[in-house]
Design a protein around this ligand. Structure first.
Ligand code: NAD
Length: 413
């Protein structure tokens, strides 16, 4: 699958360029390219029909010099070590860029959660934790939701881990509120996308009212991004899931689409919306294009047909390195993933802190702390880019890489 291969090589391309600009040695570049720990386990479960099914589970801890590894757990049939490795390294850069005391990790299981019953998913999740529990935990590696996982899955992880080590809510974030989850975690990534878009619009002095956006992905990030952009006065003219898309010139009705998806499982033939081929969404004419699904969707093949002014990377690794170069040449601005979608890990960090301190913060406190941290990170990127004549991704990587290097230096290796 091109997305997985390209995500890793895109990370390495961006990392190499940053290390070269910063004058780092080849050995430092290699160290930042490698993961500290890679785990693969086989997980057999008995399906509801009595058959045995075997899935592969992965966890990669990329870097922990700045703090325990932190990163999502993905349930998707195409998950493999290469993809998880690429996503884990992006997490190291993300936590460093927004300057929270965490490192980078990621995990996944190569299953299709839509084809498994709740019992099967719970068994799979609990067995995964049984196999890797020695390597995860509040001070080593903290999981969170990603594609195909949600608060329910995080709750099972919490329960299984706590059965071994005693009540340990800080071992996993994105949990249900009843188990020590944080207010605001559900919407955090999309809400954060809104913060970055607003900061950028202020930076370039362009009004957002009436600006159009197209969003690829109708999951946690896509839906909450749509809401955040609407709150900024923008019009979300199109949104898609993996098999269907809805379009409306004056702005789609998110609540109606959520209801339809729940009832009919798809965005097809949504009332008062026009049909759109999901593959065409990326090429729509709009001001802001927001990939919010999988990685590697903007490639050398379609980069010249992207018709937006700004690409906002709500997904992880949606743009290959070649496409990144092509979009840059065409004057299309990219708000990079390690900045644009970092709201999720920032509120995960708040959840971890609340759990460790046995505190419960109000939503107002969480939202305003997120606005502060992410707004500051965005401003740093824009200022650094202007000072050094860099695009935003290069500026973001330079800031992140130099912070990780500083921590490595301080540890003495
Ligand atoms: P999700 O499982 O809730 O939703 C994923 C959505 O993408 C679904 O609507 C699915 O139908 C759609 N999709 C899958 N393949 C598609 C395709 N080829 N075309 C169009 N749509 C497709 O996942 P999520 O949590 O919303 O994550 C989305 C992206 O955001 C991922 O790249 C993830 O790594 C990234 N991300 C998530 C978080 C988080 O807090 N959940 C934080 C940071 C980054």
């Amino acid at each position: 699958m091109t997305s997985r291969i390209s995500m890793r090589s895109a990370y390495e391309t961006f990392l190499d360029a940053a290390c070269e600009r910063l004058g780092y040695s080849r050995s430092i570049t290699s160290l930042l390219a490698l993961a500290a720990l890679e785990i693969k386990v086989e997980i057999p479960i008995v399906r509801d029909n009595g058959e045995l099914a075997i899935f592969s589970g992965y966890r990669v801890q990329h870097q922990n010099a700045r703090g325990p590894c932190k990163g999502g757990l993905r349930y998707h049939p195409e998950v493999d070590m290469e993809e998880v490795r690429g996503l884990a390294s992006l997490m190291t850069m993300k936590t460093a860029l927004v300057d929270i005391p965490l490192g980078g990790g990621k995990g996944g299981i190569d299953c299709d959660p839509h084809q498994l019953s709740s019992r099967e998913l719970e068994t799979l999740t609990r067995k995964f934790v049984k196999r890797i529990h020695r390597e995860i935990g509040p001070n080593s590696d903290i999981m969170a939701p990603d594609v195909g996982t949600d608060a329910r899955v995080m709750g099972w992880i919490h329960s299984e881990y706590s059965a071994i080590y005693g009540h340990s809510p800080a071992a996993v974030t994105g949990k249900p509120l009843a188990l020590g989850g944080s207010l605001g975690r559900d919407k955090a990534t999309g809400f954060g996308v809104g913060i970055v878009v607003r900061k950028h619009a202020e930076h370039v002095d362009v009004p957002l009212k009436g600006a159009t956006a197209a969003i690829q992905g109708f999951g946690n990030v896509g839906i909450h991004t749509a809401r955040a952009l609407c709150d900024l006065g923008m019009k979300v003219i199109a949104i898609s899931d993996s098999r269907s898309a809805a379009y409306r010139k004056d702005g789609v009705d998110i609540d109606a689409l959520i209801k339809q998806k729940k009832e009919r499982g798809s965005l097809h033939e949504a009332e008062e919306h026009d049909e759109l081929e999901p593959g065409k969404l990326l090429e729509l004419e709009c001001d802001y294009l927001v990939p919010a699904a999988l990685g590697g969707v903007i490639t050398a093949e379609n980069a010249d047909r992207i018709a937006a002014r700004v690409v906002v990377e709500a997904a992880n690794g949606p743009t290959t390195s070649e496409a990144d170069r092509r979009l840059g040449e065409r004057g299309i601005t990219i708000l990079p993933d390690i900045l644009a979608n970092s709201g999720g890990v920032i509120v995960s960090y708040f959840e971890w802190v609340q759990n460790l301190q046995r505190e419960v913060w109000t939503l107002e406190k969480i939202d305003s702390a997120l606005v502060h941290i992410l707004g500051k990170a965005a401003q740093n990127v824009f200022t650094h880019a202007a000072d050094k004549g860099l695009d935003f991704r290069s500026a973001a990587f330079d800031i992140a890489v130099s912070r990780v290097k500083e921590a490595l230096d301080a540890t003495g290796f």
